[in-house]
Design a protein around this ligand. Structure first.
Ligand code: PGA
Length: 251
């Protein structure tokens, strides 16, 4: 199956306007001529519009770091799918472990967000991942199965074209500890098998599954060499243009 690699940078709550524009410009520059893979940036909402201007004409895709399921209304603090598309955004990260853990977003909220994103034509970058306690308690696969089933409940098979899954073990996020390529591959293969059961094999084979959690220039190549790893969701290293450019150009 030929899945197009996707290298995504999640800037989290970093960058004001000036540094965002500068970083986006550098990443845009190193993405010129990169045609065999997708590059995506998820800056904070406050700079989406500026970053869109900087990246205008480049092949870098723009995403929001979360998204609501409604188009508008009384949802203080939220951003709607049409707000994202109105500034040129094509995707939204949903269910990131920081949303789940710090802001207590539950499975139902995350599922509504995924459904809302695809309904309005956004690519949902749907994140799942186990905590250290869950891994050490031998519950990794059970937890992931629960998260994947709940997050994608009610998503129509044809909408799976708009879904990217990101496996991000919580213990590897921002810790400098990466899952080994074997650990990551094992989980990715498990998720793909689960998707085949939930939808069908062709769909499971076409869904991109990204790995996230301390992806760096020095581990991206071996991770990307795994058969079920189709890309990376990068936090810390996406804030440094040189590192992220190296990640984009993984071999
Ligand atoms: P990290 O973050 O690369 O800094 O570990 C990854 C993420 O949270 O998406």
């Amino acid at each position: 199956m030929n899945r197009r690699p996707l290298l995504a940078g999640n800037w989290k709550m970093h960058t004001t306007v000036i540094d965002a524009c500068q970083l986006a410009a550098e990443i845009g520059k190193c993405s010129v001529g990169v045609t065999d893979r997708d590059v995506l940036l998820a800056p904070p909402y406050t700079v989406l519009s500026e970053v869109a201007h900087v990246l205008h004409g480049s092949n870098v895709l723009l995403a929001s770091q979360n998204v609501c399921w409604e188009e508008q209304g009384a949802f203080t603090g939220e951003i709607s799918p049409t707000m994202v598309t109105s500034v040129g955004g094509r995707a939204a990260i949903i269910g990131h472990s920081e949303r789940r853990q710090i802001f207590h977003e539950d499975a139902e909220i995350i599922n509504r967000r995924v459904q809302g994103a695809v309904k309005f034509g956004l690519i949902a970058i749907f994140c799942v991942g186990e905590t250290l306690e869950e891994r050490e308690g031998d519950r990794t696969f059970e937890v992931l199965e629960e998260q994947v089933k709940a997050g994608l409940a009610g998503v129509a098979p044809e909408s799976m074209k708009k879904v990217v899954v990101a496996y991000e073990p919580v213990w590897a996020i921002g810790t400098g500890k990466t899952a080994t390529k074997e650990q990551a591959q094992e989980v990715h293969a498990f998720i793909r098998k689960l998707l085949a059961e939930m939808f069908e094999k062709d769909i499971a084979d076409s869904v991109r599954i990204l790995y996230g959690g301390s992806v760096k220039p020095d581990n991206v190549d071996e991770l990307m060499a795994q058969p079920d790893i189709d890309g990376a969701l990068v936090g810390g290293a996406a804030l440094d243009a040189e590192s992220f450019c190296r990640i984009i150009n993984f071999s």
